[in-house]
Design a protein around this ligand. Structure first.
Ligand code: COA
Length: 264
């Protein structure tokens, strides 16, 4: 079986979207070691699954997307266990971060600490109107350890990232929208997952090679100087130029029909 069928991560293919549901509602969907590994495994399997055009990540229930590190599990950790956990975040959540498939977080409730960092690994974020987002780590005498200090300033800017990280203040969904931390807030009564699925409809119908190339080029822009980034864009463009989907786009346009992209 390509995806896990039991355990803390529920996996379901809904049309062309792979929906991953963090399923530990009794612990506010906190990130246990088992859950982190399951996320990495699912992301790796999805990367090579032609049936999957995008990934939606959400949490079970309506209270929490994810309350961050499993603080009960962590009570028994040695310092080396914590260091190993940080490496596990890099490798397993990193698999989602680096996924060639567009990944959208459907933030159905609180996204705290590692829970918000998990959402920051995603390409897009949609929040339920009741969602709350915060990085409370410095209040717990630690710092965000799953990329939060690096990714948050890139998304909301330095001043707002410092405010969130130093004060631990919880942002409402509307405030997060105003800060550009989420792309969209679901309508009242609409689930974050349904709002996410509606938003990514064009992605699900779109050209996968072009989407993956675009994501790679955009992500590279944060790691490289402009000249290197421009070079990387040219290399990524080349991948789309030789794809069958690119020919299909031109044919569909000439024939006044919708394109049928196959990811080839
Ligand atoms: N790890 C493990 N268990 C957690 C958890 C976490 N991060 N967050 C919540 N839980 C558990 C609670 O211990 C509680 O379990 P219990 O019923 O056995 O006592 C259950 O989930 C429900 O949480 P509770 O606090 O009763 O619900 P709430 O609605 O009042 O508050 C939160 C929910 C998420 C706001 C609150 O639990 C919280 O602040 N959790 C810590 C989040 C955090 O600081 N994460 C960052 C870690 S770096």
């Amino acid at each position: 079986m390509r995806y896990p069928t039991e355990g803390p991560l529920r996996v379901a293919l809904e049309g062309r979207a792979l929906v991953l549901t963090l399923d530990r509602p009794e612990r506010m969907n906190a990130l246990s070691r088992e859950l982190i590994r399951a996320l990495g495994a699912a992301a790796r399997a999805a990367a090579t699954d032609d049936d999957v055009r995008a990934i939606v990540l959400t949490g079970a229930g309506d209270k929490a997307f994810c309350a961050g590190a499993d603080l009960k599990e962590r009570q028994g950790f040695t310092k080396d266990d914590v260091r190993a956990q940080l490496r596990l975040y890099r490798s397993e959540l990193g698999a989602l971060d680096r996924s060639p498939k567009p990944v959208v977080a459907a933030i159905n409730g609180v996204a705290l600490g590692g829970g918000l960092e998990l959402a920051l690994m995603c390409d897009l974020r949609v929040a339920a109107p009741t969602a709350q987002l915060a990085l409370p780590e410095t209040g717990l005498a630690i710092i965000p350890g799953a990329g939060g200090t690096q990714k948050l300033p890139r998304i909301v800017g330095e001043a707002r990232a410092k405010e969130m990280i130093l004060t631990g203040r919880r942002l409402s969904a509307d405030e997060a929208l105003g800060w550009g931390l989420v792309n969209r807030v679901a309508a009242p009564g609409q689930s974050a997952k349904d709002a996410a699925l509606a938003m990514i409809e064009p992605i699900l119908k779109g050209a996968p090679i072009a989407q993956a190339a675009a994501l790679e080029a955009i992500d590279a822009s944060f790691d490289a100087d402009l000249a290197t980034g421009m070079q990387l864009e040219m290399l990524a463009y080349e991948r789309t130029l030789v794809s069958e989907d690119r020919d299909e786009a031109l044919s569909a346009f000439a024939q006044k029909r919708a394109p049928d992209y196959r990811g080839r």
